[in-house]
Design a protein around this ligand. Structure first.
Ligand code: GTP
Length: 589
Protein backbone atom coordinates (compact mmCIF):
# COMPACT_ATOMS: atom_id res chain seq x y z
CA UNK A 1 0.00 0.00 0.00
CA UNK A 2 1.14 3.51 -0.85
CA UNK A 3 1.33 5.82 2.12
CA UNK A 4 -1.61 7.87 0.89
CA UNK A 5 -3.79 4.75 0.90
CA UNK A 6 -3.23 4.05 4.59
CA UNK A 7 -5.37 5.37 7.42
CA UNK A 8 -4.58 4.72 11.08
CA UNK A 9 -7.45 5.47 13.42
CA UNK A 10 -8.95 4.71 16.79
CA UNK A 11 -12.49 4.58 18.04
CA UNK A 12 -12.96 6.44 21.29
CA UNK A 13 -16.13 6.72 23.31
CA UNK A 14 -17.63 6.82 26.73
CA UNK A 15 -18.23 3.37 28.21
CA UNK A 16 -21.13 1.49 26.56
CA UNK A 17 -21.66 4.02 23.79
CA UNK A 18 -21.06 1.25 21.28
CA UNK A 19 -17.50 1.44 20.01
CA UNK A 20 -16.82 -2.31 20.16
CA UNK A 21 -20.08 -3.01 18.34
CA UNK A 22 -19.27 -0.36 15.77
CA UNK A 23 -15.77 -1.79 15.34
CA UNK A 24 -17.23 -5.25 14.76
CA UNK A 25 -19.63 -3.88 12.16
CA UNK A 26 -16.78 -2.14 10.33
CA UNK A 27 -14.83 -5.41 10.31
CA UNK A 28 -17.88 -7.19 8.89
CA UNK A 29 -18.61 -4.50 6.33
CA UNK A 30 -15.07 -4.71 4.97
CA UNK A 31 -15.20 -8.51 4.91
CA UNK A 32 -12.48 -8.82 7.56
CA UNK A 33 -14.73 -11.00 9.68
CA UNK A 34 -17.84 -12.78 8.57
CA UNK A 35 -21.23 -11.76 9.78
CA UNK A 36 -22.78 -14.28 12.14
CA UNK A 37 -19.82 -16.64 12.23
CA UNK A 38 -17.90 -14.66 14.76
CA UNK A 39 -18.73 -14.29 18.38
CA UNK A 40 -20.53 -11.14 19.34
CA UNK A 41 -18.05 -8.35 19.99
CA UNK A 42 -15.05 -9.73 18.19
CA UNK A 43 -12.72 -7.19 19.69
CA UNK A 44 -13.68 -7.79 23.31
CA UNK A 45 -11.65 -10.96 23.66
CA UNK A 46 -11.16 -11.42 27.34
CA UNK A 47 -13.69 -13.19 29.49
CA UNK A 48 -13.71 -10.38 32.01
CA UNK A 49 -14.53 -7.95 29.23
CA UNK A 50 -17.52 -9.95 28.18
CA UNK A 51 -18.79 -10.24 31.74
CA UNK A 52 -18.36 -6.60 32.55
CA UNK A 53 -19.07 -5.35 29.07
CA UNK A 54 -15.97 -3.17 29.07
CA UNK A 55 -12.98 -3.22 26.80
CA UNK A 56 -9.80 -3.68 28.81
CA UNK A 57 -7.10 -4.45 26.33
CA UNK A 58 -6.70 -2.40 23.22
CA UNK A 59 -6.73 -4.54 20.08
CA UNK A 60 -5.44 -3.67 16.69
CA UNK A 61 -6.98 -4.90 13.46
CA UNK A 62 -6.38 -4.05 9.83
CA UNK A 63 -9.06 -4.00 7.15
CA UNK A 64 -9.11 -3.34 3.47
CA UNK A 65 -11.70 -0.92 2.13
CA UNK A 66 -12.65 0.08 -1.37
CA UNK A 67 -14.79 3.12 -2.01
CA UNK A 68 -17.71 1.17 -3.45
CA UNK A 69 -20.58 -0.81 -2.07
CA UNK A 70 -19.17 -4.28 -2.41
CA UNK A 71 -16.78 -6.36 -0.42
CA UNK A 72 -13.28 -5.00 -0.62
CA UNK A 73 -10.79 -7.82 -0.69
CA UNK A 74 -9.62 -7.28 -4.28
CA UNK A 75 -6.85 -4.77 -4.06
CA UNK A 76 -5.59 -4.72 -7.64
CA UNK A 77 -8.11 -2.53 -9.43
CA UNK A 78 -6.25 0.70 -10.25
CA UNK A 79 -9.38 2.78 -10.95
CA UNK A 80 -10.74 2.09 -7.55
CA UNK A 81 -7.75 1.60 -5.30
CA UNK A 82 -8.18 -0.02 -1.94
CA UNK A 83 -7.34 1.56 1.36
CA UNK A 84 -5.66 -0.13 4.27
CA UNK A 85 -7.52 0.95 7.39
CA UNK A 86 -5.81 0.14 10.66
CA UNK A 87 -8.22 0.19 13.54
CA UNK A 88 -7.00 0.38 17.09
CA UNK A 89 -9.75 -0.37 19.56
CA UNK A 90 -9.39 1.50 22.86
CA UNK A 91 -10.77 1.02 26.36
CA UNK A 92 -13.56 3.28 27.46
CA UNK A 93 -13.12 3.85 31.16
CA UNK A 94 -11.36 6.71 32.93
CA UNK A 95 -8.98 4.23 34.59
CA UNK A 96 -7.73 3.12 31.22
CA UNK A 97 -7.07 6.49 29.63
CA UNK A 98 -3.38 5.57 29.68
CA UNK A 99 -4.10 2.85 27.12
CA UNK A 100 -6.18 5.30 25.13
CA UNK A 101 -3.31 7.77 24.91
CA UNK A 102 -0.89 5.00 23.94
CA UNK A 103 -3.01 3.89 21.04
CA UNK A 104 -3.76 7.45 19.95
CA UNK A 105 -0.07 8.09 19.38
CA UNK A 106 -0.14 5.55 16.56
CA UNK A 107 -3.11 7.24 14.84
CA UNK A 108 -3.87 10.24 12.70
CA UNK A 109 -7.59 10.35 13.50
CA UNK A 110 -10.37 9.12 15.76
CA UNK A 111 -14.02 8.27 15.55
CA UNK A 112 -15.57 9.96 18.57
CA UNK A 113 -18.62 7.81 19.23
CA UNK A 114 -21.50 9.31 21.22
CA UNK A 115 -24.63 7.42 22.22
CA UNK A 116 -27.63 9.25 20.74
CA UNK A 117 -29.71 8.51 23.84
CA UNK A 118 -27.06 9.54 26.39
CA UNK A 119 -25.26 12.43 24.80
CA UNK A 120 -21.78 13.59 25.70
CA UNK A 121 -20.41 11.98 28.85
CA UNK A 122 -17.24 12.20 30.91
CA UNK A 123 -15.13 9.97 28.71
CA UNK A 124 -16.39 11.64 25.55
CA UNK A 125 -14.89 14.85 26.86
CA UNK A 126 -11.71 13.24 28.15
CA UNK A 127 -11.19 11.43 24.84
CA UNK A 128 -11.93 14.53 22.83
CA UNK A 129 -9.21 16.41 24.70
CA UNK A 130 -6.75 13.51 24.43
CA UNK A 131 -7.34 13.36 20.67
CA UNK A 132 -7.08 17.09 20.14
CA UNK A 133 -3.88 17.25 22.21
CA UNK A 134 -2.43 14.71 19.74
CA UNK A 135 -3.67 16.94 16.85
CA UNK A 136 -5.79 14.12 15.45
CA UNK A 137 -8.66 14.49 13.01
CA UNK A 138 -11.87 13.96 14.99
CA UNK A 139 -14.94 12.45 13.32
CA UNK A 140 -18.00 12.66 15.56
CA UNK A 141 -20.25 9.59 15.23
CA UNK A 142 -23.68 9.66 16.83
CA UNK A 143 -24.56 6.01 17.42
CA UNK A 144 -27.67 4.03 18.46
CA UNK A 145 -29.99 6.16 16.33
CA UNK A 146 -32.26 3.10 16.01
CA UNK A 147 -33.39 3.51 19.61
CA UNK A 148 -36.74 5.25 20.18
CA UNK A 149 -35.20 7.58 22.76
CA UNK A 150 -32.39 8.64 20.44
CA UNK A 151 -32.07 12.42 20.16
CA UNK A 152 -29.31 13.04 17.62
CA UNK A 153 -30.16 16.74 17.24
CA UNK A 154 -29.56 17.31 20.92
CA UNK A 155 -26.23 15.47 20.69
CA UNK A 156 -25.26 17.61 17.69
CA UNK A 157 -25.99 20.73 19.72
CA UNK A 158 -23.84 19.39 22.55
CA UNK A 159 -20.99 18.65 20.15
CA UNK A 160 -21.21 22.19 18.85
CA UNK A 161 -21.48 23.89 22.25
CA UNK A 162 -18.96 21.83 24.20
CA UNK A 163 -16.39 21.06 21.49
CA UNK A 164 -17.09 23.76 18.97
CA UNK A 165 -17.53 21.11 16.28
CA UNK A 166 -19.35 21.79 13.04
CA UNK A 167 -22.87 20.27 13.18
CA UNK A 168 -22.55 18.97 9.63
CA UNK A 169 -19.49 16.90 10.57
CA UNK A 170 -21.42 14.40 12.69
CA UNK A 171 -22.30 11.02 11.15
CA UNK A 172 -25.43 9.23 12.36
CA UNK A 173 -25.09 5.47 12.81
CA UNK A 174 -26.68 2.41 14.25
CA UNK A 175 -24.08 -0.22 14.96
CA UNK A 176 -27.05 -2.50 15.50
CA UNK A 177 -28.74 -2.16 12.12
CA UNK A 178 -25.63 -1.16 10.18
CA UNK A 179 -27.01 2.22 9.18
CA UNK A 180 -24.38 4.85 8.40
CA UNK A 181 -21.44 2.43 8.29
CA UNK A 182 -20.37 3.31 4.78
CA UNK A 183 -20.48 7.01 5.62
CA UNK A 184 -18.13 6.27 8.50
CA UNK A 185 -15.69 4.44 6.24
CA UNK A 186 -15.90 7.25 3.67
CA UNK A 187 -15.18 9.81 6.37
CA UNK A 188 -12.16 7.82 7.54
CA UNK A 189 -10.74 7.89 4.02
CA UNK A 190 -11.70 11.51 3.29
CA UNK A 191 -11.13 13.27 6.60
CA UNK A 192 -8.26 11.42 8.27
CA UNK A 193 -4.88 12.26 6.78
CA UNK A 194 -2.53 9.44 5.79
CA UNK A 195 0.53 8.91 7.99
CA UNK A 196 3.38 11.19 6.96
CA UNK A 197 6.53 9.09 7.26
CA UNK A 198 9.55 8.87 4.98
CA UNK A 199 9.75 5.63 3.06
CA UNK A 200 13.42 6.04 2.19
CA UNK A 201 14.61 7.02 5.67
CA UNK A 202 16.08 4.54 8.16
CA UNK A 203 13.49 2.46 10.01
CA UNK A 204 11.82 4.09 13.03
CA UNK A 205 8.85 2.43 14.61
CA UNK A 206 6.77 3.29 17.61
CA UNK A 207 6.02 0.51 20.06
CA UNK A 208 2.52 1.39 21.25
CA UNK A 209 1.33 -1.79 22.93
CA UNK A 210 2.42 -5.30 23.72
CA UNK A 211 0.74 -8.56 24.35
CA UNK A 212 1.91 -11.81 25.91
CA UNK A 213 1.31 -14.94 23.84
CA UNK A 214 1.84 -18.41 25.28
CA UNK A 215 4.06 -19.58 22.41
CA UNK A 216 5.27 -16.50 20.59
CA UNK A 217 6.04 -14.77 23.94
CA UNK A 218 5.92 -10.99 23.71
CA UNK A 219 4.14 -9.60 20.71
CA UNK A 220 4.71 -5.91 20.11
CA UNK A 221 2.23 -3.72 18.32
CA UNK A 222 4.12 -1.17 16.30
CA UNK A 223 3.47 1.71 13.98
CA UNK A 224 6.17 2.03 11.33
CA UNK A 225 6.85 5.77 11.17
CA UNK A 226 9.75 5.75 8.68
CA UNK A 227 11.40 3.09 6.57
CA UNK A 228 10.61 -0.60 6.22
CA UNK A 229 10.70 -3.49 8.68
CA UNK A 230 11.48 -6.97 7.37
CA UNK A 231 11.52 -10.39 8.90
CA UNK A 232 15.10 -11.17 9.93
CA UNK A 233 15.98 -7.51 10.59
CA UNK A 234 18.11 -6.82 13.62
CA UNK A 235 16.49 -4.08 15.61
CA UNK A 236 17.43 -2.07 18.70
CA UNK A 237 15.36 -0.51 21.46
CA UNK A 238 16.14 3.20 21.87
CA UNK A 239 15.11 2.97 25.53
CA UNK A 240 17.37 0.10 26.59
CA UNK A 241 19.89 -0.26 23.78
CA UNK A 242 19.09 -3.96 23.67
CA UNK A 243 19.15 -5.70 20.30
CA UNK A 244 16.64 -8.20 18.90
CA UNK A 245 16.12 -10.23 15.76
CA UNK A 246 12.71 -10.03 14.11
CA UNK A 247 11.42 -13.59 13.79
CA UNK A 248 7.87 -12.79 12.74
CA UNK A 249 6.16 -9.72 11.41
CA UNK A 250 2.68 -9.11 10.08
CA UNK A 251 -0.70 -7.48 10.43
CA UNK A 252 -3.79 -8.41 12.43
CA UNK A 253 -6.33 -9.32 9.76
CA UNK A 254 -8.21 -10.15 11.93
CA UNK A 255 -5.76 -12.57 13.60
CA UNK A 256 -1.99 -12.80 13.08
CA UNK A 257 -1.30 -12.68 9.37
CA UNK A 258 2.44 -12.87 8.67
CA UNK A 259 3.76 -10.55 5.96
CA UNK A 260 7.21 -10.20 4.45
CA UNK A 261 7.53 -6.67 5.76
CA UNK A 262 5.78 -3.70 7.30
CA UNK A 263 6.04 -0.53 5.23
CA UNK A 264 6.08 3.10 6.26
CA UNK A 265 2.73 4.09 7.78
CA UNK A 266 1.66 0.52 8.51
CA UNK A 267 0.56 -0.77 11.86
CA UNK A 268 1.22 -4.39 12.76
CA UNK A 269 2.82 -6.89 15.06
CA UNK A 270 6.43 -7.86 15.60
CA UNK A 271 7.87 -10.87 17.40
CA UNK A 272 11.52 -10.41 18.24
CA UNK A 273 12.40 -12.64 21.16
CA UNK A 274 11.34 -10.42 24.03
CA UNK A 275 10.44 -12.48 27.07
CA UNK A 276 8.54 -9.98 29.19
CA UNK A 277 6.50 -6.89 28.46
CA UNK A 278 8.85 -5.12 30.83
CA UNK A 279 11.24 -5.21 27.88
CA UNK A 280 8.56 -3.97 25.51
CA UNK A 281 8.46 -0.41 26.75
CA UNK A 282 5.41 1.34 25.49
CA UNK A 283 6.43 4.55 23.76
CA UNK A 284 9.85 3.15 22.86
CA UNK A 285 11.36 3.67 19.42
CA UNK A 286 12.67 0.55 17.68
CA UNK A 287 15.17 1.05 14.88
CA UNK A 288 17.57 -0.93 12.76
CA UNK A 289 20.98 -1.76 14.16
CA UNK A 290 23.79 0.42 12.78
CA UNK A 291 21.51 3.24 11.74
CA UNK A 292 21.41 6.63 13.45
CA UNK A 293 17.98 7.94 14.26
CA UNK A 294 16.27 10.50 16.45
CA UNK A 295 13.95 8.60 18.85
CA UNK A 296 10.24 9.40 18.55
CA UNK A 297 8.66 11.39 21.36
CA UNK A 298 7.74 8.99 24.17
CA UNK A 299 4.53 8.59 26.05
CA UNK A 300 3.37 9.70 29.47
CA UNK A 301 4.21 6.89 31.85
CA UNK A 302 1.28 5.27 33.65
CA UNK A 303 0.44 7.08 36.88
CA UNK A 304 -0.53 4.70 39.61
CA UNK A 305 -3.36 6.14 41.63
CA UNK A 306 -4.41 3.18 43.79
CA UNK A 307 -2.28 0.55 45.50
CA UNK A 308 -3.29 -2.68 47.11
CA UNK A 309 -1.51 -5.70 48.56
CA UNK A 310 -2.24 -9.14 47.09
CA UNK A 311 -1.58 -12.21 49.22
CA UNK A 312 -2.08 -15.89 48.38
CA UNK A 313 -5.25 -17.34 49.89
CA UNK A 314 -7.23 -20.58 50.06
CA UNK A 315 -4.75 -23.13 48.76
CA UNK A 316 -2.96 -20.79 46.37
CA UNK A 317 0.82 -20.85 46.84
CA UNK A 318 3.12 -17.85 46.67
CA UNK A 319 4.86 -19.15 43.53
CA UNK A 320 1.52 -19.83 41.86
CA UNK A 321 0.42 -16.28 42.58
CA UNK A 322 3.76 -14.92 41.41
CA UNK A 323 3.45 -16.82 38.14
CA UNK A 324 -0.10 -15.56 37.58
CA UNK A 325 0.80 -11.95 38.35
CA UNK A 326 3.85 -12.16 36.11
CA UNK A 327 1.77 -13.50 33.23
CA UNK A 328 -0.99 -10.98 33.73
CA UNK A 329 1.35 -8.00 33.95
CA UNK A 330 2.87 -9.20 30.70
CA UNK A 331 -0.46 -8.27 29.16
CA UNK A 332 -1.05 -5.25 31.31
CA UNK A 333 2.23 -3.45 31.87
CA UNK A 334 0.39 -0.49 33.39
CA UNK A 335 0.23 -2.42 36.68
CA UNK A 336 3.34 -2.05 38.84
CA UNK A 337 4.31 -4.86 41.19
CA UNK A 338 6.75 -5.27 44.05
CA UNK A 339 7.14 -8.02 46.62
CA UNK A 340 6.05 -7.13 50.13
CA UNK A 341 5.80 -9.09 53.31
CA UNK A 342 3.51 -8.48 56.18
CA UNK A 343 3.69 -9.81 59.73
CA UNK A 344 0.03 -10.75 59.54
CA UNK A 345 -0.29 -12.12 56.01
CA UNK A 346 3.18 -13.39 55.14
CA UNK A 347 4.64 -12.78 51.72
CA UNK A 348 2.68 -11.16 48.96
CA UNK A 349 2.74 -8.44 46.33
CA UNK A 350 2.04 -4.74 46.37
CA UNK A 351 0.44 -3.63 43.14
CA UNK A 352 -0.23 -0.18 41.77
CA UNK A 353 -3.23 0.45 39.53
CA UNK A 354 -4.55 3.29 37.44
CA UNK A 355 -7.79 3.36 39.41
CA UNK A 356 -10.30 1.23 41.31
CA UNK A 357 -11.91 -0.35 38.26
CA UNK A 358 -8.49 -1.25 36.94
CA UNK A 359 -7.76 -2.91 40.28
CA UNK A 360 -11.03 -4.84 40.25
CA UNK A 361 -10.46 -6.05 36.72
CA UNK A 362 -6.94 -7.22 37.61
CA UNK A 363 -8.23 -9.20 40.62
CA UNK A 364 -10.98 -10.72 38.56
CA UNK A 365 -8.61 -11.73 35.78
CA UNK A 366 -6.24 -13.34 38.28
CA UNK A 367 -9.06 -15.55 39.48
CA UNK A 368 -10.72 -16.26 36.16
CA UNK A 369 -7.73 -16.71 33.92
CA UNK A 370 -5.26 -18.22 36.38
CA UNK A 371 -7.52 -19.74 39.02
CA UNK A 372 -5.61 -18.19 41.93
CA UNK A 373 -7.23 -16.94 45.10
CA UNK A 374 -6.01 -13.78 46.75
CA UNK A 375 -6.59 -11.64 49.79
CA UNK A 376 -6.40 -8.02 48.85
CA UNK A 377 -5.67 -5.28 51.31
CA UNK A 378 -7.22 -1.85 51.70
CA UNK A 379 -6.66 0.21 48.57
CA UNK A 380 -4.46 3.22 49.33
CA UNK A 381 -3.17 6.27 47.51
CA UNK A 382 0.50 7.34 47.44
CA UNK A 383 1.14 9.46 50.55
CA UNK A 384 4.33 11.31 51.33
CA UNK A 385 5.65 10.57 54.82
CA UNK A 386 7.78 13.30 56.38
CA UNK A 387 10.06 12.20 59.22
CA UNK A 388 11.53 14.18 62.11
CA UNK A 389 14.96 14.07 60.47
CA UNK A 390 13.54 16.09 57.55
CA UNK A 391 13.50 13.21 55.03
CA UNK A 392 10.43 12.51 52.92
CA UNK A 393 9.40 9.20 51.38
CA UNK A 394 6.47 8.52 49.05
CA UNK A 395 4.62 5.48 50.33
CA UNK A 396 1.47 3.85 49.19
CA UNK A 397 1.23 1.55 52.15
CA UNK A 398 1.64 1.66 55.86
CA UNK A 399 4.86 -0.25 56.08
CA UNK A 400 7.21 -0.78 58.97
CA UNK A 401 10.15 -0.22 56.65
CA UNK A 402 10.93 3.10 58.32
CA UNK A 403 10.05 2.13 61.86
CA UNK A 404 13.33 3.56 63.21
CA UNK A 405 12.37 6.98 61.99
CA UNK A 406 9.90 9.17 63.80
CA UNK A 407 6.96 10.19 61.67
CA UNK A 408 6.36 13.94 61.73
CA UNK A 409 3.69 14.64 59.17
CA UNK A 410 1.82 13.16 56.23
CA UNK A 411 1.46 14.83 52.83
CA UNK A 412 -1.22 13.57 50.52
CA UNK A 413 -1.69 13.45 46.75
CA UNK A 414 -4.09 16.02 45.38
CA UNK A 415 -5.89 16.27 42.06
CA UNK A 416 -7.30 19.13 40.06
CA UNK A 417 -10.79 18.05 39.06
CA UNK A 418 -12.80 19.55 36.23
CA UNK A 419 -16.54 19.01 36.36
CA UNK A 420 -18.81 20.03 33.49
CA UNK A 421 -22.49 19.87 34.40
CA UNK A 422 -25.90 21.28 33.63
CA UNK A 423 -26.30 24.47 35.67
CA UNK A 424 -29.24 23.19 37.74
CA UNK A 425 -26.96 20.69 39.48
CA UNK A 426 -24.28 23.18 40.52
CA UNK A 427 -25.58 23.54 44.12
CA UNK A 428 -25.43 19.86 45.15
CA UNK A 429 -22.07 19.37 43.42
CA UNK A 430 -20.52 22.33 45.25
CA UNK A 431 -21.81 20.81 48.50
CA UNK A 432 -20.29 17.42 47.56
CA UNK A 433 -16.91 18.98 46.77
CA UNK A 434 -17.02 20.90 50.05
CA UNK A 435 -17.78 17.69 52.00
CA UNK A 436 -14.84 16.02 50.25
CA UNK A 437 -12.49 18.78 51.38
CA UNK A 438 -12.37 20.37 47.93
CA UNK A 439 -11.07 23.88 47.32
CA UNK A 440 -12.89 25.73 44.55
CA UNK A 441 -10.61 27.11 41.86
CA UNK A 442 -13.09 28.08 39.18
CA UNK A 443 -16.83 28.38 38.62
CA UNK A 444 -17.95 29.58 35.21
CA UNK A 445 -20.50 28.94 32.49
CA UNK A 446 -19.32 27.47 29.20
CA UNK A 447 -22.75 27.78 27.61
CA UNK A 448 -26.06 29.12 28.90
CA UNK A 449 -26.87 25.66 30.25
CA UNK A 450 -23.48 24.14 31.06
CA UNK A 451 -21.30 25.12 34.01
CA UNK A 452 -17.64 24.36 34.64
CA UNK A 453 -16.31 23.75 38.15
CA UNK A 454 -12.66 23.30 38.93
CA UNK A 455 -11.62 21.98 42.33
CA UNK A 456 -8.48 20.89 44.10
CA UNK A 457 -9.42 17.68 45.93
CA UNK A 458 -7.58 14.99 47.89
CA UNK A 459 -7.08 11.89 45.73
CA UNK A 460 -8.19 9.69 48.63
CA UNK A 461 -11.64 11.28 48.31
CA UNK A 462 -11.78 10.53 44.59
CA UNK A 463 -10.66 6.94 44.41
CA UNK A 464 -13.47 5.39 46.36
CA UNK A 465 -16.88 6.64 45.36
CA UNK A 466 -16.70 10.31 44.39
CA UNK A 467 -17.58 9.60 40.79
CA UNK A 468 -20.52 7.37 41.73
CA UNK A 469 -21.95 9.98 44.09
CA UNK A 470 -21.42 12.73 41.54
CA UNK A 471 -23.28 10.69 38.93
CA UNK A 472 -26.15 10.03 41.32
CA UNK A 473 -26.66 13.62 42.40
CA UNK A 474 -26.52 14.93 38.84
CA UNK A 475 -28.72 12.18 37.36
CA UNK A 476 -25.71 11.01 35.37
CA UNK A 477 -25.14 14.35 33.62
CA UNK A 478 -21.88 15.45 35.22
CA UNK A 479 -18.69 15.09 33.24
CA UNK A 480 -15.70 14.49 35.46
CA UNK A 481 -11.99 14.55 34.71
CA UNK A 482 -8.99 14.94 36.90
CA UNK A 483 -5.26 15.36 36.69
CA UNK A 484 -2.71 15.02 39.43
CA UNK A 485 -1.52 18.01 41.41
CA UNK A 486 1.25 18.39 43.99
CA UNK A 487 1.15 16.69 47.37
CA UNK A 488 -0.30 18.80 50.15
CA UNK A 489 0.46 18.82 53.89
CA UNK A 490 -2.76 17.61 55.45
CA UNK A 491 -4.29 16.99 58.82
CA UNK A 492 -3.82 13.27 58.43
CA UNK A 493 -2.83 10.68 60.97
CA UNK A 494 -1.90 7.03 60.77
CA UNK A 495 -3.96 4.52 62.71
CA UNK A 496 -2.40 1.17 63.68
CA UNK A 497 -4.43 -1.89 64.64
CA UNK A 498 -3.10 -4.34 67.25
CA UNK A 499 -4.56 -7.80 67.63
CA UNK A 500 -3.34 -9.41 70.86
CA UNK A 501 -0.50 -6.88 70.94
CA UNK A 502 0.59 -7.90 67.46
CA UNK A 503 0.45 -5.12 64.92
CA UNK A 504 -1.71 -6.09 61.94
CA UNK A 505 0.11 -3.90 59.48
CA UNK A 506 -2.26 -4.54 56.59
CA UNK A 507 -4.98 -2.84 58.60
CA UNK A 508 -3.03 0.34 59.26
CA UNK A 509 -4.70 3.25 57.62
CA UNK A 510 -4.32 6.96 57.06
CA UNK A 511 -7.29 9.09 58.09
CA UNK A 512 -8.17 12.70 58.52
CA UNK A 513 -7.73 13.77 62.15
CA UNK A 514 -11.38 14.70 62.51
CA UNK A 515 -12.42 11.16 61.62
CA UNK A 516 -9.89 9.21 63.65
CA UNK A 517 -12.37 8.24 66.35
CA UNK A 518 -15.12 7.10 63.97
CA UNK A 519 -12.70 5.11 61.83
CA UNK A 520 -10.96 3.64 64.88
CA UNK A 521 -14.29 2.49 66.33
CA UNK A 522 -15.48 1.01 63.05
CA UNK A 523 -12.16 -0.76 62.51
CA UNK A 524 -12.52 -2.29 65.94
CA UNK A 525 -16.09 -3.39 65.26
CA UNK A 526 -15.01 -4.93 61.99
CA UNK A 527 -12.12 -6.80 63.57
CA UNK A 528 -14.48 -8.15 66.20
CA UNK A 529 -16.63 -9.61 63.45
CA UNK A 530 -13.78 -11.28 61.61
CA UNK A 531 -11.38 -12.56 64.27
CA UNK A 532 -11.28 -16.13 65.40
CA UNK A 533 -13.04 -16.48 68.76
CA UNK A 534 -11.23 -19.59 70.00
CA UNK A 535 -9.58 -17.63 72.79
CA UNK A 536 -9.74 -14.26 74.50
CA UNK A 537 -8.60 -11.49 72.19
CA UNK A 538 -7.65 -7.92 72.67
CA UNK A 539 -7.97 -5.31 69.98
CA UNK A 540 -6.43 -1.88 70.12
CA UNK A 541 -6.39 0.96 67.65
CA UNK A 542 -3.54 3.43 68.25
CA UNK A 543 -2.61 6.69 66.64
CA UNK A 544 0.86 6.17 65.21
CA UNK A 545 2.47 9.58 65.71
CA UNK A 546 1.35 10.18 69.31
CA UNK A 547 0.67 6.61 70.44
CA UNK A 548 -2.74 7.77 71.67
CA UNK A 549 -5.22 4.92 72.16
CA UNK A 550 -8.19 5.58 69.91
CA UNK A 551 -10.24 2.45 70.61
CA UNK A 552 -9.64 -0.63 72.68
CA UNK A 553 -11.63 -3.72 73.58
CA UNK A 554 -11.28 -7.23 74.98
CA UNK A 555 -13.22 -9.84 73.07
CA UNK A 556 -13.90 -12.96 75.14
CA UNK A 557 -13.61 -16.42 73.58
CA UNK A 558 -16.74 -18.08 72.30
CA UNK A 559 -17.19 -20.85 74.94
CA UNK A 560 -17.29 -24.08 72.88
CA UNK A 561 -14.53 -23.31 70.44
CA UNK A 562 -11.54 -23.12 72.76
CA UNK A 563 -8.53 -24.32 70.82
CA UNK A 564 -4.75 -24.09 71.11
CA UNK A 565 -2.65 -20.96 70.71
CA UNK A 566 -1.06 -22.35 67.55
CA UNK A 567 -4.37 -22.45 65.78
CA UNK A 568 -5.06 -18.90 66.89
CA UNK A 569 -1.78 -17.69 65.43
CA UNK A 570 -2.61 -19.29 62.13
CA UNK A 571 -5.88 -17.53 62.19
CA UNK A 572 -4.17 -14.21 62.72
CA UNK A 573 -1.97 -14.94 59.76
CA UNK A 574 -5.02 -15.28 57.62
CA UNK A 575 -7.03 -12.31 58.78
CA UNK A 576 -9.27 -12.02 55.80
CA UNK A 577 -11.37 -8.98 55.41
CA UNK A 578 -13.59 -8.79 52.36
CA UNK A 579 -12.95 -5.95 49.99
CA UNK A 580 -16.45 -4.60 50.61
CA UNK A 581 -15.51 -4.09 54.26
CA UNK A 582 -12.30 -2.30 53.28
CA UNK A 583 -14.15 -0.07 50.89
CA UNK A 584 -16.84 0.62 53.45
CA UNK A 585 -14.17 1.53 55.95
CA UNK A 586 -12.22 3.59 53.51
CA UNK A 587 -15.26 5.72 52.93
CA UNK A 588 -15.04 6.68 56.58
CA UNK A 589 -11.39 7.61 56.36
P1 GTP B 1 -16.86 -0.58 26.38
O1 GTP B 1 -16.05 -1.52 25.57
O2 GTP B 1 -17.32 -1.18 27.63
O3 GTP B 1 -16.27 0.76 26.54
O4 GTP B 1 -18.23 -0.34 25.61
P2 GTP B 1 -18.44 -0.03 24.11
O5 GTP B 1 -18.48 1.43 23.94
O6 GTP B 1 -17.52 -0.84 23.30
O7 GTP B 1 -19.92 -0.50 23.90
P3 GTP B 1 -20.45 -1.82 23.23
O8 GTP B 1 -20.10 -1.87 21.80
O9 GTP B 1 -20.05 -2.96 24.10
O10 GTP B 1 -22.02 -1.54 23.32
C1 GTP B 1 -22.69 -1.37 24.54
C2 GTP B 1 -24.10 -1.88 24.40
O11 GTP B 1 -24.82 -1.09 23.45
C3 GTP B 1 -24.18 -3.32 23.88
O12 GTP B 1 -25.24 -3.95 24.54
C4 GTP B 1 -24.49 -3.15 22.40
O13 GTP B 1 -25.20 -4.24 21.88
C5 GTP B 1 -25.35 -1.90 22.41
N1 GTP B 1 -25.25 -1.14 21.15
C6 GTP B 1 -24.13 -0.74 20.52
N2 GTP B 1 -24.44 -0.04 19.42
C7 GTP B 1 -25.79 -0.01 19.33
C8 GTP B 1 -26.73 0.58 18.41
O14 GTP B 1 -26.39 1.23 17.44
N3 GTP B 1 -28.04 0.41 18.70
C9 GTP B 1 -28.47 -0.27 19.78
N4 GTP B 1 -29.79 -0.38 19.95
N5 GTP B 1 -27.63 -0.85 20.65
C10 GTP B 1 -26.31 -0.71 20.44
Amino acid sequence: FQLDKIRNFSIVAHIDHGKSTLADRLLEFTGTIQRGLNQPQYLDKLQVERQRGITVKAQTTSMIYKQSNQSHQNIDNQDNPAFLLNLIDTPGHVDFSYEVSRSLAACQGVLLVVDATQGIQAQTVANFYLASECNLAIIPVINKIDLPTADPDNVKEQLASIFDLDLSEAILTSAKTGEGLEKVLEAIVERIPPPCGKTDSPLRMLLFDSFFHEYKKVICYVAVVDGVLRKGDRIVSAATGKGYEVSDVGIMHPEFKPTACLLTGQVGYVVCGMYSTQEARVGDTLYKRQSTIEPLPGFQPAKHMVFSGLYPADGTGMSELEHAIEKLTCNDPSVCVEIESSAALGRGFRCGFLGLLHMDVFHQRLQQEYGVHVHNTIPTVPYMFEFEDGSKVEMHMCTDRYKDKKLKAIWEPMVIAKIILPSEYVGPVITLCFEREGEQLQFSFITSKQALLRYRLPLREIVVDFYDVLKTITSGYAIFMYEEAEHQLSDLIKLDAFLNNQKVDVLATIVHKSRAQTVGDSMLEMLKKYINRSQDNSIQILEAITGRVVSTQRVPAAPLERKGVKKQLRQIRSVNIPREAFLERMKLS
